[in-house]
Ligand binder design. Structure first.
Ligand SMILES: NC(=O)c1ccc[n+]([C@@H]2O[C@H](COP(=O)([O-])OP(=O)(O)OC[C@H]3O[C@@H](n4cnc5c(N)ncnc54)[C@H](OP(=O)(O)O)[C@@H]3O)[C@@H](O)[C@H]2O)c1
Length: 344
């Protein structure tokens, strides 16, 4: 083959002209290096399914745990010795390319976003999924890269602010990790609910966290928020950096400490405080929330996005071919908002 002909053989061209596509695949648990590009047969939608051409998928901190198979207890669901599903990724945004014979809600050409869980993942040029999964029409005012991470930070933080606590106007909330994916969404959602928001982040992120809607910011490199004097009704530690015990002195009389990062300590505190004391510790796994509830939350998020009241902060975009670099950056714990891979 001549050099010019070789240059034309892109994954995009192969997928458009054959029944083959490119995916990211992982045949074992481990670091970013276990992720490899692999050709696969383009999936064919069943009667109740849609075929989506994926344009963007988020690379997430939660995805790191799934890739590593940690903690070990998670392997009961993900596969004991190797991943049960070899294509990682949960969120996506893309275009409906074909629909099954009984599909009612979507049609060819619809621009959609959503998530695929407990199945082959979204780090793939094409995916199929049942029409009643978590899938929504993408708001026109955002790009695929901005829509793809919504099921990570935005959905998780809405679940915590709306279902784990019912955050009310005027309540004081402190958000640890305000510059992360969950944190940057939580700052906006909490401010939109009329709460008084304090974000915790490092010096370099102070200004843009304020711009997202935080009324106050604590720079964790200069000040320890657990030593401050103002009590908070809610402390949302998106990173699990602190603990209920450390935060108790700065919680109001009926204050709640909540975190999406479960460890043995938090589990004990959640169990203990469900029986004893007025101050509570809380956890939730958003992926375990029933689908109708997830769909209702996604509708709320899609509307806020369409109205321009909620944005997705994108730190970096990588082409799918650079999945190893993208994952290593996410693993660094330094990302601002979200990282996506693109398959355009
Ligand atoms: N339970 C659930 O349903 C659920 C769902 C999704 C995700 N999760 C979990 O939620 C966690 C958070 O994910 P994420 O994607 O939001 O995290 P992330 O975006 O990776 O967090 C990175 C951000 O945290 C900041 N940071 C680092 N150390 C900090 C500290 N001590 N205090 C304040 N900020 C600090 C970093 O800023 P600097 O570089 O400036 O320090 C960076 O901007 C993950 O463990 C994930 O697995 C749980």
């Amino acid at each position: 083959m001549t050099a010019s002909k070789q240059a034309n053989v892109t994954p995009e061209r192969v997928a458009r002209t054959t029944n083959l596509m490119t995916t990211v695949s992982q045949d074992r648990y481990g670091g970013p290096e276990v992720l490899k590009l692999k050709p696969a047969a383009k999936p064919i939608p069943k009667d109740n399914e849609i075929l989506v051409r994926v344009y963007a998928a988020p690379v997430t901190a939660a995805g790191t745990f799934m890739r590593e198979g940690s903690p070990y207890i998670g392997r009961l669901f993900m596969g004991l010795f190797k991943p049960k599903f070899d294509i990682p990724g949960t969120g996506f945004s893309g275009e409906v390319e074909a629909v099954g014979s009984t599909v009612q809600k979507f049609k060819e050409g619809d621009q959609v976003f959503g998530e695929k869980i407990f199945a082959q993942g979204t780090f793939s040029q094409y995916i199929t999924l049942p029409e009643d999964d978590v899938i929504f029409i993408k708001p026109k005012n955002v790009t695929h890269a901005e829509a793809a991470p919504v099921t990570d930070g935005h959905l998780t933080s809405l679940n915590f602010l709306q279902n784990v606590v019912q955050l009310k106007p005027g309540q004081r909330i402190l958000i640890v990790g305000a510059s992360g994916s969950l944190g940057s969404a939580a700052v906006q959602l909490a401010a939109h609910r009329g709460a008084h928001v304090t974000g915790v982040c490092s010096s370099k992120n102070v200004e843009w966290v304020k711009n997202l809607g935080a009324h106050a910011v604590i720079d964790y490199t200069k000040e320890d928020f657990t030593k401050t004097s103002t009590p908070y009704d809610v402390i949302y530690d998106t990173l699990g950096k602190s603990s209920f015990r450390a935060c108790k002195p700065v919680l109001s009389r009926r204050g709640v400490y909540m975190s999406p990062v479960l460890d043995f300590g938090l589990l004990l505190q959640v169990l203990w405080t469900s029986f004893i004391g007025k101050k509570k510790a809380r956890f939730s796994a958003t992926g375990m929330v029933p689908k109708p509830q997830l769909n209702t939350m996604m509708k709320t998020l899609a509307q806020l996005i369409a109205e321009g009241k909620l944005i997705t902060v994108i730190d970096r975009k990588y082409p799918m071919e650079q999945i190893v670099e993208a994952s290593a950056y996410v693993d660094s714990g330094r990302k601002k908002g979200n990282v996506v891979i693109t398959m355009e």
